[in-house]
Design a binder for this molecule. Structure first.
Ligand SMILES: C[S@@+](CC[C@H](N)C(=O)[O-])C[C@H]1O[C@@H](n2cnc3c(N)ncnc32)[C@H](O)[C@@H]1O
Length: 442
């Protein structure tokens, strides 16, 4: 571990330093968080075939002890996300109203997007990730988890602030950081650590905080979190921000599992921030909630979602009539895609990787359903092939093979223990595999 880091931690933590050093001798525990819109805690505890141990504070958070959890069919079915406990906390710091509009500014790979999405079923989350390749990873998690109320973009905060003014009720900045809280889990973060990098990152963090100000509504909440212990990226960053903008720090609790923020400047006390350490809870996290007291002018947005033409609507309705039961999403068009919204909403003109749930496309006057639709609304398909995790055909399907089952001809969905996994197209009880190639078992 970097000498300079250890020296600084000794000064910062005093009597806690020995506990930190002891924690570095232990292995981090593996843990998951449930996709609560799909499965309740009760149902999961009845269904789960491996040993789980609930994580304190987080409803639907569990320690697990199983290898290669990413290969498990329930992971493919989007029942949970692998996440360490302290990273589960930032989306839980504010009690969100169900119709809140939320911006997850630095969202990839999407662990916090999941927790935010679960809390705003009548609102939406704009999950943004500036790095395009990482944004694709974010999208694949949004799809796998079947999130219905999430829009994915890959833009800079500077570009976003030109589109959204006084728009979001909550903005989460889970900022890129020097990752000291990842040192136990990830040797690369130790190797990449340097004072120069901290300087560079603090400039990026400052930009993210400042760009968020005008996008947030008056009285809206700004949640700032990092997975580092470095005061320059945490308390100093916040104090400099508070000197410039009219925000107040909000109480967030969790006192039993965290330490207060470090006191740097008595005029700007930051003890309402919370710090997680590996000897207390999870791996490491700094988090604080600020409430905006100032006002900026809002701007009317120009909607980029369209109604389908009469002909398009007929093609989609024919598909629905033939293939679905109990379907009640709102259908619109975004570019060439037919999309489903959980409730009516407007989205401003901007480039998106995905806009709510991609239902499919109309190709040569026929409707072709998309994998994302199956993950979010697959349970609405009439034609289902229900497999349990002990059925060999499930693993053949996950490998991309054709399987046999007694189903109707046409489109249908593989359901694992009640949860949609992927699409097939059947003829004479042979199920042609439509599970996306990039997701199949190797
Ligand atoms: C700590 S990670 C986010 C983790 C994510 N919130 C989660 O819970 O899965 C920080 C992210 O910020 C992104 N990032 C880096 N520079 C950025 C910038 N200037 N603006 C926005 N995001 C940035 C990184 O690519 C990275 O994906």
């Amino acid at each position: 571990m970097p000498e300079q880091y250890l020296e600084e931690m000794k000064q910062l933590l005093n009597e806690d330093y020995d506990k930190l050093m002891k924690s570095y001798l232990e292995l981090p525990k593996k843990s998951i968080r449930l996709q609560l819109e799909k499965i309740s805690v009760c149902k999961w505890e009845r269904l789960c075939p491996f040993k789980i141990d609930p994580i304190p504070i987080v409803d639907g958070g569990y320690y697990i002890d199983i290898e290669k959890i990413g290969n498990h069919p329930y992971h493919h079915a989007g029942l949970f996300y692998v996440q360490e406990p302290s990273a589960m906390l930032p989306p839980l710091l504010v009690s969100l109203q169900k119709d809140f509009k939320v911006l997850d500014l630095c969202a990839s790979p999407g662990g916090k997007t999941l927790a935010l999405s679960n809390q705003v079923p009548d609102g939406f989350v704009l999950a943004n990730e500036v790095n395009y390749n990482r944004a694709k990873k974010l999208l694949s998690n949004v799809e796998r988890l079947g999130l219905k109320n999430v829009v994915v973009s890959s833009m800079s905060s500077d570009a976003l602030k030109k589109i959204y003014q006084e728009y979001f009720d909550v903005i989460l900045i889970d900022a890129p950081c020097s990752g000291e809280g990842m040192f136990r889990k990830d040797i690369v973060s130790q190797k990449e650590w340097s004072k120069e990098k901290i300087e560079q990152l603090s400039v990026v963090q400052k930009g993210l905080l400042e760009d968020s100000v005008s996008m947030l509504k008056e009285n809206g909440y700004l949640i700032y979190s990092t997975c580092t212990f470095e005061i320059k990226e945490n308390e100093h960053q916040i104090i400099n921000f508070l000197k410039k903008y009219d925000f107040e720090i909000v109480d967030i609790g969790f006192d039993d599992y965290t330490r207060p923020g470090i006191l740097i400047d008595p005029d700007y006390p930051t003890d309402k921030a919370r710090r997680c350490y590996p000897f207390l809870y999870g791996e490491g996290q700094f988090m604080i909630v600020l409430r905006k007291k100032c006002q900026h002018g809002s701007k009317k947005i120009e909607n980029c979602l369209y109604d389908l033409s009469m002909l398009e609507r007929k093609i989609v309705d024919d598909f629905i009539g033939t293939n679905l039961i109990h379907f009640d999403g709102i259908i619109k068009k975004y570019q060439n895609n037919v999309i489903v919204l959980p409730h009516d909403m407007e989205i401003p003109k901007m480039t998106l990787l995905s806009c709510f749930v991609k239902m499919g496309e109309i190709v040569n006057s026929r409707f072709v359903p998309h994998h994302q639709f199956v993950k979010a609304y697959g349970i609405c398909f009439k034609n289902q092939c229900i497999l349990s995790i002990s059925d060999e055909r499930l693993y053949c399907y996950l490998k991309g093979e054709e399987i046999e089952a007694s189903v109707s001809d046409g489109y249908g969905v593989i359901i694992v223990d009640g949860y949609p996994l992927g699409l097939f197209k059947a003829k004479n009880n042979r199920l042609k595999n439509h599970y996306p190639k990039g997701l199949r078992y190797l």
